[in-house]
Ligand binder design. Structure first.
Ligand code: DGJ
Length: 726
């Protein structure tokens, strides 16, 4: 039993292998958050809250004689707006009478032996128990259900909320968080992952001050700029030490994470669908479900990442491919862009087959009128203007080389120059009387409408049914604007952003369940929608449109805090690199790309014999090490944002029998300081043989003493070390 209710005190304790979460409703039904952190036995944590006069903070009416109680100072499980808590709120509503306050009190709770699900939204799965706490608003006919999924072994607690209108008038939800977490004591930093197109998920860390810090997206997708994953960590925390609390939202649209340090130095973190541009009309009898927040407590960043990695691999991603060998692919984009000539593509496939590559991906450009990125989106069929012999000829010739065939789509978008748009100009998000904002000369389909999603499903399903397609790359290349649906009434326009995401999930769900054998990869102009929502449907996502191995070091490093490397699409591309103009050795490009869902994206026919030989060797190495890389424990050996001149990371098998250390030197110096690094995660008692230097070392020596890397020279050299327990 991971959920325990203490009848005497009303205390609810959620226990995972190494953490404990506690709450309690008091005699008036206020739901206190008592503790979240390292396991601490059956302790009742109420003792921590020493009462003093907080009269100036305000009291609920029935507590007017008790000036030591204020909603503004107690830690709460799910705070709401308008009744005396002036900090961040979880919930903000406009009641049927126009009042804007909500005061929820505990009614009951239920413990279920399995994991809850969320209608229309992705949610994690696996062995877990569910706690549902029901609260009722004191005056308005609203019910609030708080859901907790307790994954004991995985050390994860998931949360979501449901608001139910039991009345006869519409109630407007202005903000509904998935989770709120109060940390009453301590000094905390916020770790977040910021960036831009071609520079996603850069590591950011800042102290939480006496103001509200917001990490959010209003772009309709989780975005290149911010990621729906944040860590609250002890100000002293590092990879190995210090309390770390992760909060990750399984959601792919507008989100917000807000953190505030209040007058009493208590810190509150809330996370959920972004409130900017959002309002939801909850009609009588209706329910609104929030997306799921995935919470984890750990000691140090490494342990936190390990828990998230395992959880994403085993409890978020699903289907045939999530733990399976991922085919090494070659993608046509940086190899040919829109220059898709059948002979050229077949040559690429033949070259790839000879090097051990397993999957050919025909990227953008294959469908009607798509000679560049100004036309064609929406028409998911191939015409002779693009491939004179048709798609089927290309597919059968590619498959004859021994490679599987994959294809690119961008199902949420449409060009004005397309049959689809000409037939249904009202199917796009746009406001009557205004010219729509364009992005890459394309418009966004109104996925809040079922008939639009139905039509796209039919088109893509036909494409897959009529062709031997083993893989789909699902792209999304612009942010949403003019978020307005032609079919919803005025008062429901604030729902369009969220309804759009529900439409995306509906299509993902339908396609992945209708075609369970197809491997889907997510993409949004690179890594603009890299989140646990997408990962509930696709096991891998193209990590960034910057394929240069050097900036990739930082992108993949930042991504690794929350997401396992098996989810990060990473390819070896040509030099000079198309995004940066930089030239890096093939070896280094291989080392970086094989720390992900591995592939190639360059014209193989242009390579020398020696380069092809090297690629053959890379593919062989990846296949040999894939289990260790994708299924092992990932250790960041340093932080590329600290500019030490090198970046190193390590994979260790779960049984600690094998390890792979990768190092890339990004600033080479003359007369350099020795590159000496302490390895991690090894068995201290064991003796390991390093294949590359044929030496034998104890795990203790390598971890506590360290390893001196050979001096490497040249532009961006790299080293890999294979360790095996003897
Ligand atoms: C953006 C993606 O990230 C690229 O890999 C490529 O698929 C292009 N779109 C195609 O338009």
């Amino acid at each position: 039993m991971s959920i325990h209710f203490d009848e005497k005190t009303g205390r609810l304790t959620l226990s995972t292998a190494h953490s404990c979460y506690q709450m309690k409703a008091d005699e008036d039904g206020f739901l206190w958050h008592l503790y979240y952190g390292k396991s601490a036995g059956a302790q009742d944590f109420s003792y921590q809250y020493v009462r003093s006069d907080v009269g100036f903070s305000g009291q609920p009416y029935e507590r007017k004689a008790d000036r030591s109680f204020s909603l503004d100072t107690i830690p709460q499980e799910y705070p709401s707006f308008g009744v005396g808590d002036y900090r961040l709120s979880g919930l903000e509503v406009t009641n049927a009478d126009g009042s804007r306050c909500a005061d929820f009190r505990y009614v009951s709770h239920e413990i279920r032996p399995d994991k809850y699900t969320l209608p229309g939204l992705p949610s994690s799965y696996g062995e877990a128990e569910t706690l549902v706490v029901t609260l009722r608003e004191v005056a308005s006919p609203l019910l609030l259900r708080l859901y907790y999924g307790v994954f004991e072994e995985a050390d994860v607690i998931t949360r979501a909320a449901e608001v139910v209108n039991e009345g006869e008038g519409t109630i407007v939800l202005d903000r509904v968080s998935s989770a709120s977490l109060d940390l009453p004591f301590g000094k905390w930093d916020l770790v977040h992952f910021y960036g831009r197109h071609c520079m996603e998920r850069q590591f950011g860390r800042a102290p939480i001050g006496h103001y509200i810090t917001e990490i959010s997206s209003g772009r309709g997708a989780s975005s290149h700029q911010h990621n729906p994953f944040v860590i609250l960590c002890d100000r002293e925390a590092n990879e190995d030490l210090g309390d770390c609390y992760g909060m990750m939202l399984a959601y792919s649209g507008n989100f917000e994470a807000k953190a505030e340090r209040d007058q009493m130095d208590s810190v509150r973190l809330t996370m959920g669908v972004a409130s900017k541009g959002f309002s939801w009309n909850l009609a009588p009898g209706e329910s609104f479900f929030t997306p799921e927040a995935i919470l984890c407590h750990a000691e140090g960043f490494t342990e936190l990442s390990h828990r998230y990695h395992r959880f994403i691999r085993h409890n978020v991603t699903r289907g045939k491919w999530h733990l399976a060998h991922r085919p090494v692919l070659v993608n046509s984009w940086e190899a040919a862009y829109f220059d898709l000539e059948e002979e050229r593509l077949v040559t690429l496939a033949k070259e790839a087959a000879e090097l051990g590559i397993e999957l050919f991906v025909l990227d953008d450009g294959w469908f009607q009128h798509r000679k560049d990125d100004n036309a064609g989106l929406g028409d998911w069929f191939c015409t002779p203007d693009r491939l004179p012999n048709g798609l089927s000829s290309l597919i059968s010739r590619v498959r004859a080389t021994g490679l599987a065939f994959g294809i690119w789509i961008e199902p949420e978008m449409v060009n004005e120059d397309s049959d689809l748009y000409r037939a249904h100009p009202d199917w796009v998000l746009s406001v009557p009387g205004r010219k729509p904002t364009v992005g890459r000369n394309q418009l966004v389909l109104d996925f809040s409408r079922k008939e639009v999603v139905d039509a796209i499903f039919e088109a893509i399903a036909k494409l897959i049914r009529e062709n031997e397609i083993s893989y789909i790359k699902w792209d999304m290349n612009r942010s949403l604007a003019d978020v307005y649906s032609r079919v919803l009434p005025v008062e429901k326009q604030g729902e369009v952003g969220h309804r759009y995401v529900l439409g995306v999930y509906d299509l993902l769900n339908r396609l992945t369940s209708t075609f369970p054998d197809v491997l889907f990869e997510g993409c949004a102009g690179g890594g603009g929608r890299f989140d646990a929502g997408m990962l509930s449907y696709v096991p891998q996502i193209w990590c960034s449109d910057d394929s240069d191995a050097i900036p990739r070091l930082r992108i993949q490093h930042g991504t690794s805090f929350g997401y396992p490397v098996s989810t990060m699409g990473a390819h070896v591309s040509a030099v000079p690199n198309h995004q940066t103009g930089r030239t890096t050795p093939l070896d280094t490009r291989g080392v970086v790309a094989m720390s992900g869902a591995f592939g190639y994206e360059l014209d193989l026919a242009k390579l020398s014999k020696a380069e092809k030989e090297e690629i053959r060797e890379q593919v062989r190495t990846f296949k040999q090490d894939e289990e260790l890389i994708h299924g092992g424990l990932y250790y960041r050996l340093n932080n590329p944002f600290h500019k030490e001149g090198y970046v190193a990371w390590e994979f260790v098998s779960e049984d600690r029998g094998k390890a792979l250390v990768s190092l890339v030197v990004d600033v080479v110096q003359a007369n350099t300081i020795p590159l000496h690094i302490r390895l991690k995660g090894l068995d201290p008692e064991a003796v390991y043989r390093i294949e590359e230097d044929e030496g034998k070392y104890t795990g203790a020596a390598l971890m506590y003493g360290g390893y001196s890397f050979p001096r490497v020279l040249g532009d961006y050299p790299s080293v890999q070390l294979h360790l095996e327990r003897v």
